[in-house]
Design a protein. Structure first.
Length: 132
């Protein structure tokens, strides 16, 4: 597999994180594949398609205040892109629920995000209850 990122991938991912933190869901869905497959950490299932991802984020933003700051963007041996993220999740009144590093793994094809997965650095996928 390649050890270099395809042109535009870093910019695409930085835009995605900036839009997420700004709660600009309309901008985010423009970079999602029509068949995007995204983890729904609230319900422990997958959201499929931009409309389902949009609804998931609306529910998430109505119940918690997550902030994600990319620290490193690197290719994985299997072709996915790993974004090491500092994630802080707060209640809507500001109480910190989680302050941790996580890895977001992206499959990007044709300039669009096709799939995203979450894993703890060196560990398994965080459970929905770990973010409550």
């Amino acid at each position: 597999m390649t050890t270099d990122l395809e042109p535009g991938v870093t910019e695409l991912l930085r835009r995605l994180y900036a839009s997420f933190n700004a709660r600009d869901i309309d901008d985010i869905v423009t970079v999602l594949s029509p068949e995007v497959d995204w983890p729904n950490m609230i319900d422990g299932v997958r959201a499929t398609g931009p409309a389902a991802v949009r609804e998931y984020w609306r529910r998430q933003f109505d119940s918690i205040d997550p902030r994600v700051e990319p620290r490193a963007i690197t290719p994985e041996p299997d072709g996915r892109i790993c974004v090491e993220v500092h994630q802080v999740v707060r209640t809507l009144d500001g109480k910190v629920l989680a302050d941790q590093m996580v890895h977001h793994l992206y499959t990007i094809r044709g300039g669009l995000v096709e799939r995203m997965d979450v894993r703890a650095p060196g560990g398994p996928w965080p459970t929905p209850t770990s973010l409550q």
